[in-house]
Design a protein around this ligand. Structure first.
Ligand SMILES: [Zn+2]
Length: 152
């Protein structure tokens, strides 16, 4: 039986045959990427990330939500717990928050569209309003530096 998943599974089988596991360790790039889930802006392609380079957290609009903050805090905990003895001043991480042009969340700036989206999804209109990404040059937040052992 074939499904839309079949080509993906075939590609995954091919990948698994030639895959060399990346050893468990701190991400090589020492950057945590937060970006949009849009299928046109894959950070592996747009940033040239390879396996083991950086954790990537994605959501609609690439917004820093409470759940994203919790994920980053967990990553900090995990790094500290697993590699605390290896951490030095050089193990500081940066968080890159990346937005993009033509983001689908831009439609949420329109009150009518936002209201319709809230009705259809059950998501609060105020939450939808703050997730709208207009001009990414305005929206992109500066990367923040933090020490891995430090809770945000
Ligand atoms: Zn987007």
């Amino acid at each position: 039986m074939t499904s839309r998943m079949s080509p993906l599974l075939e590609r995954n089988e091919q990948f698994a045959r030639t895959y060399t596991p990346v050893p468990l360790g701190l991400p090589v790039a020492q950057v945590i990427v937060i970006t949009c889930l849009d299928h046109r802006v894959d950070p592996a392609i747009t940033l040239g990330l390879k396996l083991g380079d950086a954790p990537v957290l994605r959501n609609a609009g690439g917004r820093v939500t409470q759940s994203v903050i919790e994920e980053v805090a967990y990553l900090a905990f995990l790094g500290r717990r697993l590699f605390g003895g290896q951490l030095t001043d050089d193990t500081r991480f940066e968080v890159a928050v990346i937005h993009h042009t033509q983001c689908g969340t831009g439609f949420l700036a329109d009150p009518g569209f936002r209201h319709e989206a809230a009705e259809a999804t059950g998501v609060d209109e105020a939450a939808l309003e703050v997730s709208a990404v207009g001009d990414p040059r305005v929206e992109t937040e500066a990367s923040r530096r933090f020490d891995l052992p430090t809770r945000l």
